[in-house]
Design a binder for this molecule. Sequence first.
Ligand code: SF4
Ligand code: MG
Length: 329
Amino acid sequence: REILLEVKNLKKYYPVHAGFFRRKIADVKAVDDISFTLRRGETFGLVGESGCGKSTAGRTITRLTDATDGVVNFNGENLANVNSKKLWEIRKDLQMVFQDPYASLNPKMMVGHLVDEPLRNYTRKSHKKLQAEVMNLLTKVGLREEDYYRYPHEFSGGQRQRIGIARALALQPKLIIADEPVSALDVSIQSQVLNLLKELQDEFHLTYLFIAHDLSVVKHMSDRIGVMYLGNMMEIGGSDSLYEEPLHPYTQSLISAIPQPDPRRKRERIVLQGDVPNPQNPPSGCVFHTRCPFAMDACKVIVPELKEVRPDHRVACLLYDEEVMKDKK
Ligand code: SF4
Ligand code: MG
């Protein structure tokens, strides 16, 4: 399938200043050289603990914040360096759905106007036409036409996320970046919204970049998954391959923490020692070495590269590096 989004060596560093002269003393490497591709019509899941850089990656890709370095090819343009006019045009095809729909929806705006705002910005249509389109969108996301006249506070969290989704859909975008779209919702509501996203994907041929901390949610949604830790990409693979046979010790620990009702498929729990290190001062070598149960001396000095170990399944870990492992024996 055709590649819609190609992220290459994306970096987002935040300078840290200190002292009387506010001199720069360090960089927080929120996103440190990540690469991945998204094919048209697929869902790529980006997973990791909070603070791993996955949201920053999403915001940098959409240019809500500028990249420090790297390339973001979307639909034939490098988003990382297009001018603001071009960016405005491209945004039509690239929409975001956020974690907290209440914070991202203006409470003073009627639902109808929240949803038709992007249409008013990008198209010239009569009020009547817009209204008909919005009412159609509202029913597509499981709301009612009458909801057009109501305000965000009159809705539940799940319904508000449906409003946010309708708004993101209004311009028929090619790519939707959904950042923790269900993590603020009750568990009972989460699967409804996830299923809605899936139905809409089929109907509108959408491509999703799906960002979440919950690996079982990401697995449910994604064709392929990338696992991030401390700004780095640790593993990328097909959803089944990554979930059934995780290669990276960090991914293995995430999966072992998921409750597994089927006893035959139960895995030994891998509990990580310590906390995520301060991103201002990340560990040398493999950034995971301070917590990895399999860490070797080499892990403190060698930065593992993301390498293909199985078809369409890559991992950044020295356990799969023949040179390093030969020396160990
Ligand atoms: Fe663990 Fe070393 Fe692999 Fe990093 S490179 S995940 S520390 S074994
Ligand atoms: Mg986040």
